[in-house]
Design a protein around this ligand. Structure first.
Ligand code: AMP
Ligand code: GLY
Length: 422
């Protein structure tokens, strides 16, 4: 079949690679893509992220499956437009995407369906006095979350009441634009984080290997929250007992609940977990693959990935399309631009990718651009260097060896990806 992949980051590069390696794929088109993705996929004539244009492209190019990478077009209803015109989409409807696009919706949903998560209250900017009163009664630290999409930046952890008051004022005043006009205030959860990606056809699902992201910018989980500085898979904190609890208490009730709400969920349900003494609680749901978890997780995937996603989009998931790879381990280290997640410079030539690939690594492009045939840095997260090996220790060592081959001005990366598991 012909497939169209939407997105332009490292996650989409990893998805593109697996789709292109799948036996079910004839022609893979990618929009907008990036230099790494376009080494694999075909160009489109789509000029902008306009759903009607995307639909026209699908009709003229016999596209049988559209795979949507990022959350924004999902939250804006790309699946609804394509699906009601007869095109199969791997990625949820606008209504089902509320699990990510409204943290308040997700929290109320979890409460209703008894899914374990942190205690919380929701306030909006008209309600500032009550929010401030509430913050006086809280135990600290406390977590404040912008309700809407904020590119992974909308969460503030406040250690004391002064910081909490300041954070809520800034959110209500618009540091996250309208996304922060409603704020979830929730209990701080202790424990170790892990991510689970479930491929769902709305009724049934299959989980990919567990993973652990490293959200903070600096070694030892210091510094600011980022989109993610590296990941490894599988994550030993997700034992088979924990995984059973995640299936029974989180994924099944979430998918059943969405069906009952009339918002059947087809796509990748990402459960961001906090695991404390073997008990998983949901920190967040996302409605798409994680970045950089996908680079680590899909590097382990064997089977017919395109066939799996098509069967899910078609409402009849075929789990035999995925082959067990539980004896393998992967590690992905993000090479970022100094200053990220705040301001950073871009436009620096990237050298050494060939050598890294020769050493056995996969180098996923996140923020790169080609000008005059020179590859330059073009984002906060620039590359995701990834290796697969028999043990996590070997995968980590191999990844850092490959990283040492690559250079661009202002490059920085964490030196401790995987340390919690080693
Ligand atoms: P989110 O965007 O909701 O995943 O939050 C971003 C990051 O903030 C998470 O990956 C956690 O590291 C942290 N975080 C969010 N909620 C909580 C919580 N209730 N307790 C502790 N840490 C949290
Ligand atoms: N790595 C976290 C996310 O994709 O939201």
């Amino acid at each position: 079949m012909n497939i169209l992949l939407i997105g332009s980051g490292g996650r989409e590069h990893a998805i593109a690679k697996k789709l292109s390696e799948s036996q079910s794929t004839d022609k893979l088109y990618c929009y907008p893509g990036n230099p790494g993705i376009m080494e694999i996929g075909h160009k489109t004539d789509i000029a902008k992220m306009d759903f009607q244009q995307i639909l026209n492209f699908c009709n003229s190019n016999s596209i049988e499956l559209v795979v949507v990478g990022p959350e924004k077009p999902l939250a804006e209803g790309i699946s609804d437009v394509l699906t009601c015109n007869g095109i199969k989409v791997f990625g949820p409807s606008k209504e089902a995407s509320r699990l990510e696009s409204s943290k308040g919706f997700a929290k109320d949903f979890m409460l209703k369906y008894n899914i374990p998560t942190a205690n919380y209250k929701i306030f909006n900017s008209n309600d500032k006095t009550n929010a401030i009163d509430y913050l006086e009664k809280c135990n600290y630290p406390i977590v404040l979350k912008a309700d809407g999409l904020a590119a992974g930046k909308g969460v503030i952890i406040a250690d004391n009441i002064e910081n909490a008051n300041q954070a809520i004022s800034q959110m209500f005043e618009g540091i996250f634009d309208n996304a922060g006009k409603t704020v979830v205030i929730e209990e701080f959860l202790e424990g170790e984080e892990a991510s689970i990606l479930a491929i769902s056809d709305g009724n049934d699902f299959i989980t990919l290997p567990s993973s652990q992201d490293h959200k903070r910018a600096l070694d030892g989980d210091k510094g600011k929250n980022t989109g993610g500085m590296g990941a490894y898979s599988p994550a030993p904190v997700v034992t088979s007992t924990v995984m059973n609890k995640v299936n029974e208490r989180i994924l099944k009730p979430a998918l059943d609940g969405m069906k009952r709400e009339g918002s059947i969920f087809i796509g990748c349900l990402y459960a961001g977990l906090m695991i404390n003494k073997g008990e998983p609680k949901v920190v967040e749901f996302n409605v798409r693959f994680g970045d950089p978890e996908t680079q680590a997780v899909l590097s382990l995937f064997e089977g017919d990935f395109a066939g799996l996603l098509y069967s899910a989009a078609n409402g009849n998931i075929d789990k035999s399309k995925m082959i067990d790879t539980s004896d393998k381990h992967s590690c992905c280290v993000i090479l970022a631009s100094k200053g990220y997640p705040d301001n950073y410079k871009k436009g620096f030539e990237i050298k050494g990718i060939d050598k890294a690939i020769k050493s056995g690594a996969i180098v996923f492009h996140s923020g790169t651009k080609r000008t005059d045939n020179i590859l330059i840095s073009d984002g906060g997260r620039v590359l995701g260097v990834t290796c697969v090996n028999d043990t996590l220790k070997k995968a980590v060592e191999q990844t850092y060896n490959a990283v040492s081959e690559i250079y661009f001005t202002n490059m920085y990366y964490r030196k401790d990806i995987g340390y919690k598991a080693l």
